[in-house]
Design a protein around this ligand. Sequence first.
Ligand code: PEP
Ligand code: MG
Length: 586
Amino acid sequence: MLFKGIPASHGIAIGPAFLLKVEELRHARRTLDSDHEAELEVLRFQKAISDVRHDLENIADSMGNVVEGRQILEFLLLLLQDPTINKEVESRIRCGLVNAEYAVSTALRGVMDKFEVMADPYIRERVADVRDVGRRVIEKLIGTEKEALKNLDQPAVLVAKDLDPSETAGLKPGQVLAFVTDMGGRTSHTTILARSLGIPAVVGLQKITAEINPRDILIVDGIHGHVIVNPTKKELKYYRNVRNRFFEAEDLIQRNNPGPAVTEDGVEFELAANIELPHEVELVNKLEADGIGLFRTEFLRLVQEKGENEKDHYEIYNKVAVQMLPKPVIIRTYDMGGDKFRTGLDTDDEANPFLGYRAVRIGLDRPEEFSIQLRAILRASVHGNIKLMFPMVTHIEQLRRLLDLLDLVKNDLRSRGVPFNEEMQVGIMVETPATVIVLDLILPYVDFVSIGTNDLTQYTLAVDRGNPKVADLYDSFHPAVLRQIDTIVKLCHSRDKWVGICGSMAGDPLAVPLLIGFGVNELSVAPTLIPDVKKMIGVVTTTAAREMAVKSLSIETGLRVRALVHSYVVGKYPEILLDENDWRLT
Ligand code: PEP
Ligand code: MG
């Protein structure tokens, strides 16, 4: 069965499915060898029931007199002790010689099916409660999903409705072969993480979680956005071949691509890397990138076991900057909120997280916590070529407050005799149309800017970057985005300010000639994309790039702009990896 989604991270993977946080009760069937094993399984089931009862009673006690909440819990407790359901589960284990998880999930699915067709709406609504009880019991049986994920007996393809980066924390390298999600878009943070881990991913598959069962074999084609569930022998053979060819091509590009990025007419171009985790620096150096154009520090949550502390921050920034010397490292302050790391932010009731409590809005609201990060960056700045960048700046008064806070932290360090680089450059990301419109007023306050096209596209077109239903409308080649990039570069250069671009657009092969043509000073891309982008830069002349950029400004649609660039590069770089959108052009 073939599903089409959004190609999010290049590569091909083949392996069994691991379902994470999928609400339906579906669990793999394991056949037991003997009646004795079945009795052990029944005991395991009874123990899980008593553990869940214990948990629920504790919750009920802590609720005091909240009548409605207690009623729900009492109903759950009744369900849990229902002799008919429990007997049904036990008989499935004994007669069918199956594992307890499977028996629970099939028995409860039967109950849910019966409830769903009842005329009484009250009973129909109880389906969610049955599911809840089932999930709790199964969790006791298999341990939490995170534990199960950590103890995968073989590498697997992670299947989920959506993934918060924190859910993938602690994954051992090689354990996850690919990501496959219902939600998500080309630039959602799951996608970014997949790219940073070098794992193939297809997102925006809408309802694929309803179609996949644990341990189904999946082929994930992250180049075209295809997922094949339980492939035929012929499909497997074909894709094993494609996978080998992909590895060979990647290897060839990496090996034949050392040194700086140079255009076809010999102009050296600054090509930097975006990193999320410190270990990526090794690959960045191996690929000879010109620096780190964006260090998304919020992802450090994934490696900070002891929580927020200045020492960890300082050590990480220091290490990264020293490893990169003399090349620059642009450290972006936290960008929590939106679609990432919302736990602990009290944002559960936000109707529009991308328009809500995010990035420097949180930092300014919690200056004490934010200062920890600022202090660590400043302290590390004496050892490396560090620049500091604030994300999501929309208001000038906000920028002033950020700079004031930075000054406060600097004063504190000075008064304690702690060294930092007094000349450390400070910049902002340009990620909203508001920032573009008032950029002339902002530039005097900053040393540089970097364009975040992921958010700039989302906020310009009013299209959620992670919502597959509107993914067709999400287009960084839209004239409204291209015209803003042109405006930003012209404004920055008229005031002698450096302007980079670190949104995913910088790593899109068809965008590279345009961005060079608009005159940006740097492209910063996921490390795994550096070889491809370097090669792309090498087949473009600065004159042709300029001509294409100028022409693109009077083209009506993003697709036509892509076609323009495509017709230029296709003869020069035939093996270029293009995604589904681009194939439509050929
Ligand atoms: C962007 O918005 O383009 C960007 C680089 O930041 P992030 O993807 O982390 O939001
Ligand atoms: Mg952004």
